[in-house]
Structure formats: C-alpha cells, structure tokens
Unconditional design. Structure first.
Length: 154
C-alpha cells in the first residue's frame, strides 16, 4: 500500500497519470475495472454528479469516459485504456459520494474490455515503490498550489 499523509493507494492497481487520478484493476482476461483514486477524490472534493458513457460504447485512452461534478472539480474522467464498455456502476450514478467513501470498492465507475491492454498499461504507474514516489510528488505539488478541496464543515 502506497501511503502519503492521509492518502492511500494500493500498489497492486495501475494508475493513469492524468489530472483526475484514475485507477485500473485488471480482472479476468482483458477486463479492467476503473475508478477515481483516493488522491483524485480528495483533490476534487465531495462528488455530487457522475455521468458515464453507456455500456456497449467505446473508450479511447486519454479521452473522456465520462464526467464528474464535485466541490472543486467539474470535468472529464479520462480512460486509462482503449476498449469497449461492458458495465457502468449504476450505484455510483445514483450515489456519487461512493467515490469519496469507497473509491477502490463500491465507488468504481466502469468495467472495460481493453482492446490492447499490455500496450495501454506500459506508461501507467504500478507497484508500491513507483506509486509511492508519484503520490508524494503529486501531493506536495497540489498542497503547494492549494489545489485540494477544503474539508466540508460538519
């Protein structure tokens, strides 16, 4: 587990080095489950709305697979792979805050059949050491630039 301050990122996942910090878990065959990592949801704030392309559609690595609206971020969520959408997490569409409360579990966004998985994951962050270094560097950058969403008042 890669950890820096209050953010944890499992080292066995792959992370797309994008502005919205998308994680990818390889499942059976070329199927990959994706979501927004804990760093991304911390930076964005409480997620209020999610829209994802429908099942059966295609996604392109680096292009939007959907959009989110959160306390400090409104914009695209970029796909970490090329492929066909197999399933969209309907629970997240109806309860977007699942991204904030369980980003690696019930807060996943989409299941994709990757068309060229091995090529697409070459440049993704993976492994505890690599993820830890990336997490610490990005955390410090966001902190210095005041990019984290402020914690909501209770």
């Amino acid at each position: 587990m890669a950890k820096y301050k209050d953010v944890e990122m499992p080292g066995d996942l792959y992370y797309f080095n994008s502005d919205n910090h998308v994680w990818l878990r390889i499942e059976e065959g070329n199927r990959v489950r994706c979501g927004i990592d804990q760093f991304g949801q911390k930076a964005a704030g409480t997620v209020a709305y999610v829209k994802i392309k429908p099942a059966g559609g295609t996604v392109t690595k680096g292009r939007a697979l959907g959009t989110i609206e959160a306390g400090k971020y409104i914009g695209p969520v970029k796909s970490p792979v090329h492929g066909t959408i197999l399933e969209v997490n309907q629970d997240v569409l109806s309860s977007p805050s699942l991204i904030n409360t369980d980003s690696y579990g019930t807060g996943w966004l989409i299941l994709i059949e990757a068309s060229n998985l091995q090529k697409d994951i070459i440049d993704l962050k993976h492994g505890e050491e690599e993820v830890s270094a990336w997490l610490e560097a990005d955390y410090k950058k966001y902190e210095a630039e005041g990019l984290f969403a402020e914690k909501e008042k209770e």
